[in-house]
Ligand binder design. Structure first.
Ligand SMILES: [Zn+2]
Length: 150
């Protein structure tokens, strides 16, 4: 558990918010048509630049963050450009196959095991988002933004 009085904690929480948003965006981007992906990509890259700035200011000792953010930007760009930008299908309801690879779209309620919580559907193509695991894991780690300790 993070010590909330520690001066570094606010930067770790900020990084955590960024990473959470980017994770949700990677899931969403894997099930929407190319036009929506093209709209999301510049926002994602701008958010990754925000994380570079946060790292340059407050996580100066980390050698893992810069390459992991480069990798994250690369896999987002790949995901955005799947199907040469011609994907028209939309699987955001989780009932259609993946617009890009045609595989099964995963749909589950993240709050299913927590009593009394409103449903929170997570919908993604596991196949198309598989490359995200490594950079996200590195960014969350103790060599990264340390958000895994929250
Ligand atoms: Zn897919």
């Amino acid at each position: 558990m993070l010590d909330t009085n520690h001066p570094q904690s606010e930067h770790i929480f900020r990084a955590s918010g960024f990473l959470d948003g980017l994770l949700k965006c990677s899931q969403r981007m894997s099930v929407v048509p190319s036009a929506v992906r093209a709209d999301l990509l510049p926002k994602v890259l701008s958010r990754i630049d925000d994380m570079r700035a946060l790292a340059a200011e407050h996580f100066t000792k980390s050698t893992a963050i810069a390459p992991a953010l480069d990798e994250l930007a690369r896999v987002f760009t790949t995901l955005a450009n799947l199907g040469d930008g011609n994907l028209v299908a939309d699987a955001t309801d989780g009932d259609e196959p993946c617009p890009a690879c045609g595989g099964d779209v995963m749909k589950f309620d993240a709050m299913a095991t927590i009593k009394g919580q409103a449903q929170q559907w997570i919908i993604l193509c596991k196949n198309c988002t598989s490359e995200f695991s490594k950079p996200f894991r590195e960014l969350e780690s103790g060599d990264g933004f340390c958000t895994m300790f929250i």
